[in-house]
Every structure is written in structure tokens, then in C-alpha cells.
Design a protein around this ligand. Structure first.
Ligand SMILES: O=C(O)[C@H](O)[C@@H](O)[C@H](O)[C@H](O)COP(=O)(O)O
Length: 330
């Protein structure tokens, strides 16, 4: 390819054979044209989701009498938050259930895009998100997903050697990439031998080349590349990618990829996608777990504070995947 973007070889290992059924949920019909889904077991809070009524199935409506009062006020709050029809908030009682649903969500999109356009462009962050993707490398998905059509990117990367413990490439490689047969040429790591600024330019050049070859689509409304799916984590301060609260990079409107040399979260030198690029994605999943992030979740979803995660959107669908502690302030 024309870009000097590093294409890293992947070692393949045998898939594991654990089953990963999707967590079940029932639904309750709420006023204001919203649906919220609830657990099958009334004895424990499992999950609820909020979406515009058009996206709920008839099963969800049929199950509408199976309400659980315990979670109703929280659900109503989330319904208010989810009134943007492109935004859904899904809450799970455990990170394990979240991981199960996230795998199903990702696999469904993979099927859809592989069938529709013969490719699936996926972007990941670093951090705990990668662990939450673990069900994808287990049965049934490890065998059913057409990995040969995946194109794998990073929304941000630390400018450190690929074998360094701080490397987002290493993080994804060790627990994900090394376990699935994505063609090595479809894995787009940064060239970390460059300065942060040059590595960001290089990555943008790489993306431009992929637009030319139609591997990457372009958003008709923004003119930025339109990734099929972006999987993002969020820091306790509400940062996403390497876009930190109050940092001028949050306002970048022209560049696709930019650099930061004063990241408040170490290491200081990084490259990051900009908001216009992130928000041009077809689907975005924001995956957040733990009580330490509850305030930032509240700030982002209830707009009680100005955190970068609150600026994330998607062209088709933004889904917040939260565990119960992360939504404790909603
Ligand atoms: O390289 C990075 O630092 C990440 O891409 C960053 O945006 C991360 O996703 C969040 O900080 C959440 O990380 P945790 O989930 O580990 O808190």
C-alpha cells in the first residue's frame, strides 16, 4: 500500500471453545415512545436498554407487562437520556453480561457489513475495552465471523514500541488479534518510529489511501471517512480516545488524525482520531464499567458536566454499554 503505515504480522493461535450465549432481556413499554428492556428473571437486575420505539421488536412489546418496579425509576431516567433516537443506553448487572452482549452486537454488525459491502472496518481504543471484547474470540463467534473481511484500526495509540506494555497495539494483539485470523495486511498499526506528529500524519495518509481503494467509506454529510464500527472506552475524567477534558484537541475540526504530546494520562505522546472522524462512524459503542466512572457517565449522558464522552455521536447508532456501577448516578 502507498502509506508507510505499519502492517504488522499476526501470529495465529487455536480458538477456544467456550460458549457465549447472549444475555436475555425483556422489555417494558414506557411513555414518550421509548422502550426499555428488562431481565427475564425478576429476582435480579440483569439489563435494560433504551431505544426509540421503532427499533424494538414485537416480542419486546408483547412482554411489556413484565415490569420490574425496582429498576423503573432508573429506567425512566435512562429513557429521558435515550430520547435521541440514534442513541441507546444498555445497562448490565455484570461486566460479564456486558461482554456477552457486546460480542453479539459486534458479530451482527460484522455479518451485516461483510454481506453488504464485503468488508468490515472496526476501530478500537485501548484500556479495559479490549478485555470486554473477549467473547468475540470464543465460540461461536471465533468460528462464525468472517475475519478475512475485517479491517482493524486504533482510535488512539501511544507513541511507544509495539512490544511496550503501554502500547495499545500490544494490548489488542495479546488478547484479541493473536487469536483471530484477520489478514495481517488489514491491521493498521501506527509507525511508532516517527514523532507523534509525523505518526499522526502518516496514519491519516494511510486512511486516505483506504478511502481511495474504497476499503473505507466516506460520510456523505461530513466528508470524513465513515468507519463501520468504533468501539470506545472512556476514562474516569470522561476522556475518549486521547481527547481529554479542556484540551484544545477536542475542538479540532479539520484533521482526521492528530497528535498530543502533553497527554494528562501517561504516556504523554500519542496520536488520536478527532471528533469529526469519530462522529462520522456508522456505529459507535461506548463501553464503560465501574463506579469510578459513574460521575463522568452522568456528566456525559445527563449533560451535567462538560466531558469529551458527551460529544460522541454516530451517524447511524450510538450505544452506551454500561455496567450497573457505572450508571449508579443516572
Ligand atoms: O490509549 C488510551 O488511553 C485509550 O484509548 C483511552 O481512551 C482509554 O480507552 C480510556 O482511558 C479508558 O481506559 P480504561 O477503560 O482502561 O479506563
Amino acid at each position: 500500500m502507498a502509506s508507510s503505515c505499519f502492517l504488522r504480522s499476526i501470529l495465529f493461535s487455536s480458538p477456544t471453545n467456550l460458549s457465549s450465549p447472549r444475555s436475555n432481556s425483556l422489555s417494558v413499554f414506557f411513555p414518550k415512545n421509548l422502550t426499555c428492556s428488562f431481565p427475564t428473571s425478576a429476582s435480579r437486575f440483569e439489563s435494560f436498554s433504551v431505544s426509540s420505539i421503532g427499533s424494538g421488536s414485537s416480542r419486546r412489546l408483547a412482554d411489556s407487562r413484565k415490569k420490574i418496579s425496582e429498576v423503573r425509576s432508573m429506567a425512566t431516567t435512562a429513557a429521558e437520556i435515550g430520547k435521541d433516537e440514534k442513541k441507546r443506553v444498555e445497562v448490565f448487572d455484570t461486566e460479564e453480561n456486558l461482554a456477552i452482549d457486546l460480542a453479539k452486537f459486534t458479530a451482527d454488525l460484522s455479518d451485516k457489513f461483510c454481506k453488504e459491502r464485503g468488508a468490515f472496518t472496526v476501530v478500537v481504543s485501548g484500556g479495559s475495552l479490549i478485555k470486554s471484547l473477549r467473547k468475540l474470540v470464543e465460540s461461536p463467534y471465533v468460528d462464525s465471523i468472517d475475519w478475512s473481511r475485517w479491517h482493524f484500526f486504533w482510535v488512539d495509540e501511544r507513541v511507544v514500541p509495539k512490544h511496550h506494555d503501554d502500547s495499545n497495539y500490544k494490548l489488542a494483539y495479546d488478547s484479541f488479534l493473536s487469536k483471530v485470523p484477520i489478514p495481517p495486511g488489514n491491521v493498521y498499526a501506527i509507525n511508532e518510529s516517527l514523532s507523534a506528529e509525523a505518526a499522526a500524519d502518516d496514519y491519516e495518509t494511510c486512511l486516505k489511501h483506504l478511502v481511495k481503494t474504497s476499503t473505507l467509506r466516506v460520510s456523505e454529510s461530513t466528508g470524513f471517512p465513515k468507519f463501520d464500527l468504533m468501539l470506545l472506552g472512556m476514562g474516569p475524567d470522561g476522556h475518549v480516545a486521547s481527547l481529554f477534558p479542556g484540551h484544545s484537541l477536542c475542538n479540532e475540526s479539520k484533521k482526521w488524525v492528530t497528535s498530543i504530546t502533553d497527554s494528562p494520562k501517561p504516556p504523554s505522546e500519542r496520536i488520536t482520531f478527532t471528533f469529526p472522524l469519530i462522529n462520522s462512524s456508522a456505529h459507535v459503542a461506548l463501553v464503560v464499567c465501574g463506579s469510578g466512572k459513574a460521575e463522568a457517565v452522568e456528566a456525559a449522558l445527563k449533560k451535567t458536566g462538560n466531558v469529551p464522552a458527551g460529544s460522541v455521536s454516530a451517524e447511524d447508532e450510538l450505544v452506551w454499554f454500561l455496567d450497573k456501577p457505572a450508571c449508579s448516578k443516572l
